[in-house]
Structures are given as C-alpha cells and as structure tokens.
Design a protein around this ligand. Structure first.
Ligand SMILES: Cc1cc2nc3c(=O)[nH]c(=O)nc-3n(C[C@H](O)[C@H](O)[C@H](O)COP(=O)(O)OP(=O)(O)OC[C@H]3O[C@@H](n4cnc5c(N)ncnc54)[C@H](O)[C@@H]3O)c2cc1C
Length: 334
C-alpha cells in the first residue's frame, strides 16, 4: 500500500512547527512516530496536503522528574517511557500500559507517548481499507452525515483505544497544549470530547507538548488491566486503571477509569467518595462491578470485534480486577 502524496515539514523548533500549524491547521496533521497516522494515510482514511514531523524538535523529547510531578514530553518514544527509572519507581501501571501497546516493534521502533494519547478513535466500520469501505456508505469521519455503527447518531461513535489513556486519567495527569498564541493546560480527563470525529479538546492549530503526572502524595497502589483477544498486536476490547493512595490501612483516595468502551474514557466518580476513608474490603468489589456495568452500558455500541453485551461484561471484569489488585484484594472472584 502506498502513501498518498503530501508535503513534508520537519521543523527543528516548536515555534517553527506552531507557525506552520497556524498556517495549515487541519490540512497538516502532526507526525510523531507515525505508527497510527501512516496506516491511516495508506488506507486513505486521511489525505492531508502536508504532515508536520516532530522528529527534529529536541525540546519535545525526554522525561523530567520534578519536586511534585513527572513530565513526559509528547514526542518521547514509548520504550524510553517504559524504561525510565522515575516512571518505573512512581508509576508501574504506566509501564504495564506501555508494554501492552501493539508489540515490541511499535514500542521500540517509533511509537510516542503523545501519539498514544492522541490516537485516532477506532471503529470496526472505519479502520478498514479503502476497498472494504467502498461497499459501505460514508460515515461522519469520511465526509458523510451518519454513523455506520449507530444509525442516526449525530456524531462518530468510534472508540478511544489508547492503552495509556485510562492510566493517565486515573493518575490525574495534565496535558500541555501549545499554539502560536501561547500554552494552556487541561486535565487528561477533559482532553477527550466524546465525539469521534473531533475527539480531542485541541484546535487544528494546536500541538500537544507534554503530559504532566503529579507525583503521588502518599503510598500509591495501582493497577492496569486490559482485555483483548490476543496478547499482542491487538487493541484492547476494554481497559481499566485504578490509582489509589493507601495509608495506614485506609484508602485515602481512589480513582477508577474505564476506557475502550466509547469515544472518551469514563471515570467512575461515585466510587471515589464511596471508597475513600474505608479499609480495603472484598465487599467493595460488588459496587465496583455494578458501577462499571452502569457506566459502560450507557456508552457502548456495536463497533468492535466483540459484541457490546460481551464488552459490558469485560468492563466489569477489568474494573474488578483493577480494584482488587490496587486495594490488595487479589484472588477475589471477578
Ligand atoms: C499493528 C498495530 C498495533 C497497535 N496496537 C496498539 C495497541 O495495542 N494499543 C495502543 O494504544 N495503540 C496501538 N497501536 C497504535 C499506535 O501504534 C500507538 O498508539 C502509538 O503510541 C501511536 O504513537 P505514534 O507516535 O506512532 O503516533 P502517530 O501515528 O504519529 O500519531 C497518532 C495521532 O496522534 C496525532 N499526534 C501525535 N502526536 C501529536 C502531538 N504531539 N500533538 C498533536 N497531535 C499529535 C497524529 O496527528 C495522529 O493523528 C497499534 C498500531 C499498529 C500499527
């Protein structure tokens, strides 16, 4: 499969990249590692006039551990994230999530942490070759006015499938987004719009520059769980992450995020106050199961390689496994 023709920009500073972005906007997407974007171009899911590569911009690469946060620059390769001592020590669930992405080739060859967060939502009816799609109607993402997965839907229902998404949301990470006009920050949880055709709270003139994860203020106990048909080269059917602070036998904070169900990750907010201040107890897992089913049932549609009923059950399993591991309640039935 060949790439379509496009102009190639490889600026060596962020300022130059932002200037090009300000001029070309959506007609020039960012090329980070390219492991997702190039597949889209080859399948003619996008035919941009130009791409802007980040590969020469040194300031967009690297990891820093500060007094109160760990900063991942958006263009940092996945292998560097998973091998970084500060990440391993503070956020083992992020290491697990990165190791789950695709296969070693994707993690070691090119994939970046920013590209994973900005991964285009996926859909069974959309992530197909041009030949396959010719027999179908057009959808919101290919210039049509309907969703092939949910007839009559006013927006695209493709799935937010990045492995690191629930982890970064559970860890209350913040994104920094730059434009020619300046910088702004937003919580990862608010970065997602819930609309597959414009999935991120980012204008076409903006670039994601970094992800800032607050260092845990107490003993972090966490878990990342993903369920997929294959153990490699397979996007999650459902994934879930828990970040909890457990101190002196009590849960001081608890956040559970489920993703790969709909266009945005779902934070199970009601559990945060229900579990806070309690001693970890197997009885907590039933409310976790119920909250996961309730949250996912409302969002899920038939657009993955497993039925929506099955994926709701998987969401309950992933949520219970994540909560069990993080709360030290392992070996509980899921
Ligand atoms: C065979 C295969 C299996 C895969 N399996 C998985 C998997 O299991 N889990 C998973 O999560 N992913 C998977 N992926 C998808 C992809 O490889 C990873 O998500 C990877 O982390 C994407 O990073 P990248 O740097 O290559 O992104 P790119 O392809 O360069 O970019 C992805 C998208 O993000 C945008 N973008 C990138 N960086 C920025 C930025 N700084 N600012 C604004 N926009 C930006 C791009 O314009 C593009 O739309 C798989 C891909 C393949 C080909």
């Amino acid at each position: 499969m060949r790439l379509p023709p496009f102009a190639y920009h490889a600026p060596d500073t962020l300022d130059k990249a932002l200037k090009i972005k300000a001029e070309l906007g959506a007609s020039a997407p960012i090329l980070a590692g390219g492991t997702d974007l190039l597949v889209h171009l080859k399948h003619r899911l996008a035919s941009p006039a130009a791409v802007i590569s980040l590969k020469n911009i040194r300031t967009l690469k690297g990891i820093e551990v500060g007094a109160d946060s760990l900063v991942l620059r958006a263009g940092t390769p996945l292998r560097e994230v998973a091998a970084h001592e500060g990440v391993i020590r503070n956020f083992p669930l992020l290491v697990k999530a990165v190791h789950s992405i695709g296969a070693v080739g994707i993690q070691h060859f090119r994939g970046t942490i920013g590209g994973n967060l900005c991964l285009t939502p996926r859909c069974l009816f959309y992530n197909q070759s041009l030949f396959w799609r010719t027999g179908k109607g057009q959808c919101h993402r290919t210039g049509g006015k309907d969703c092939l997965a949910l007839k009559g839907s006013e927006s695209c229902q493709a799935i937010c499938s990045g492995d690191t998404v629930p982890v970064l949301a559970a860890l209350s990470a913040q994104v920094t987004i730059a434009s020619a006009g300046g910088m702004r920050t937003a919580p990862v949880a608010e970065f997602f719009t819930g609309k597959g055709e414009s999935p991120f709270n980012m204008t076409p003139e903006e670039i994601l520059t970094e992800i800032r994860i607050p260092l845990p203020w107490g003993p972090l106990s966490s878990s990342y769980q993903r369920l997929s048909f294959r153990s490699a080269v397979d996007f999650p059917l459902i994934n879930a992450a828990v970040a909890a602070i457990l101190d002196k036998g009590k849960v001081e904070s608890f956040r559970l995020v489920i993703s790969s169900a709909g266009p945005a990750p779902v934070i199970l907010k009601e559990l945060e106050s229900a579990i806070k201040g309690q001693k970890p107890d197997p009885a907590m897992l039933q409310p976790v199961r119920e909250a996961a089913i309730k949250a996912v049932e409302g969002a899920i549609i038939e657009n993955a390689s497993a039925s929506k009923e099955y994926r709701v059950k998987l969401a309950a399993v992933a949520a219970v496994r994540a909560a069990s591991e993080a709360l030290g309640l392992e070996n509980q039935p899921s």
